[in-house]
Design a binder for this molecule. Structure first.
Ligand code: 5AD
Ligand code: SF4
Length: 447
């Protein structure tokens, strides 16, 4: 006799996550989506379809934080139409302003800080009972341990992997030490297990993430291991072809890491090493604990190890009491170093940080400096990109290009490169000669 079978298909709920800010938030959003996968959710690209909307927020500058409130305002109508819709705020604004968010936007059901998001499924269950949930703890337990079962599905060939979180540097302008907490490194074996899993799922390039990634000190055996040690362990993983890391502090650029740039083939010739300012007076007031000369000497040492390294940086203009002369020091430093990539910002007052107490530069002057700085950095970026024409690079294909038979991916130096390659597949690494430099990308031909 045939058995009676009943098939119950439970429809998955839909989760829309919007990510702001840094790459670590991109990684965290992925982990939150996976955690909610275990609670019956799948992701959607449209907030209109969602049963839950999660904003993974950034608190680094005032504008970033304000965006959260305007975005929440936009979801008000949606919530009125769909009362069962759950709205959550995660990330650094959640950490910094948890209760304030609930007060300003009563339609928010859930607020979760960056160290507590492994508890999201329990929090979501609470909201289903009509109870609001707020968790901005820095819990004892390791969120990554709680979230260690990751899905096995095939994925994109590049991935982020957080290895270190938090910051002990306390730059006078920065909220990160307050929102992300003290520096913590994940143990080496856990990073390696996650990296191997990613490679099994098709990943060929891993970018190690940390607010101060080069301060990494992961438990390994009886001792601990530096970032360079970790990179050499990753180097042994078959199928993993490229390693990158970001963001670094100049004071943590240790000898073994500099050396690895010259000796580890899988470590890509690209380094993001923010300096923020070229003025010794401002660097001191920023509490950067390095000066202009020590930074330039450091760059020289790294370039000796890896002459073709492409350097990237972060700059702040209009820091309190920055004079035109201080600003010119920054411009001179940029001319001396030559950056292939850069991120520059107008100083933004962050409540609770030491710099918030200092007198501001006239906003029109700060805007003008930012424009002049960006013009210089843009020109350098273009010159370095143009200088790639005629060179051979490896390109890791990430997606099809706009034209038929074309692929697009990143070179070793992180330039976007378009290649005519009808046989090309996502995840291939091809040797390419650069033949053309366009606005924000290069064109290459197969060799
Ligand atoms: N104002 C402007 N830029 C800031 N950054 C951090 N804090 C501030 C601030 N208060 C910039 C720094 C840092 C990058 C991530 O953001 O350049 O390296
Ligand atoms: Fe912020 Fe400075 Fe730490 Fe970077 S090093 S996260 S700028 S405090």
């Amino acid at each position: 006799m045939a058995e009676n079978t009943t098939t119950t298909t439970t429809e998955k709920k839909k989760l829309f996550i919007k990510t702001y800010g840094c790459q670590m938030n991109v990684y965290d959003s992925e982990r939150m989506a996976e955690a909610m996968g275990g609670a019956g959710y799948e992701t959607t690209d449209s907030p209109d379809d969602a049963d839950m909307i999660l904003l993974n927020t950034c608190h680094i500058r005032e504008k970033a934080a304000e965006k959260v409130y305007s975005e929440l305002g936009r979801f008000k109508g949606l919530k009125a139409e769909k009362p069962d819709l759950k709205i959550g705020v995660a990330g650094c604004v959640a950490q910094a302003e948890g209760e304030e968010i609930m007060r300003r936007q009563p339609m928010v059901d859930l607020v979760v800080g960056p160290q507590a998001y492994h508890r999201l499924p329990e929090m979501e269950a609470k909201t289903q009972e009509g109870v609001k949930a707020l968790d901005t703890d820095f819990p004892e337990e390791d969120k990554f341990e709680k979230l260690k079962r990751r899905p096995k599905a095939k994925r994109a060939p590049t991935a982020f992997l957080t290895v270190q979180e938090g910051c002990d540097k306390f730059c006078a302008f920065c909220v990160v030490p307050y929102t992300r907490g003290a520096e913590v490194s994940r143990p080496v074996d856990r990073v390696l297990t996650e990296a191997r899993d990613l490679v099994e799922r098709g990943v060929r390039e891993i970018t190690l993430l940390g607010q101060n990634v080069n301060a990494y000190h992961g438990v390994h055996g009886g001792g601990d291991m530096t970032l360079a040690g970790l990179i050499w362990e990753l180097d042994k993983i078959d199928g993993l072809e490229r390693i990158r890391f970001t963001t670094s502090h100049p004071n943590d650029m240790m000898d073994d890491l500099i050396e690895a740039h010259g000796t580890c083939d899988k470590l890509m010739p690209y380094l993001h090493l923010p300096v923020q300012s070229g003025s010794n007076k401002i660097l001191k007031r920023m509490n950067r604990s390095h000066d202009r000369d020590s930074y330039i000497k450091l760059i020289e040492r790294i370039r000796t190890a890896r002459p073709d390294l492409l350097l990237s940086g972060d700059f702040i203009v209009g820091f309190p009491e920055e004079t035109e002369e201080d600003f010119q020091d920054t411009m001179d430093l940029i001319k001396e170093v030559r950056y292939g990539q850069a991120y520059s910002f107008k100083y933004s007052t962050r409540p609770g940080t030491p710099a918030a107490e200092r007198p501001l530069v006239d906003p029109a002057e700060a805007n003008d400096r930012l424009q002049r700085l960006q013009a210089l950095l843009g020109q350098q970026q273009k010159d370095i990109q143009d200088s790639m024409v005629g060179k051979e690079v490896n390109v890791l294909y990430e997606k099809p290009g706009r034209l038929e038979g074309q692929m697009v991916g990143k070179s070793d130096y992180l330039h976007a490169v378009y290649v005519a390659d009808p046989a090309g597949k996502i995840g291939d690494i091809k040797r390419v000669r650069i033949v053309e430099s366009a606005a924000n990308s290069l064109g290459g031909v197969l060799i």
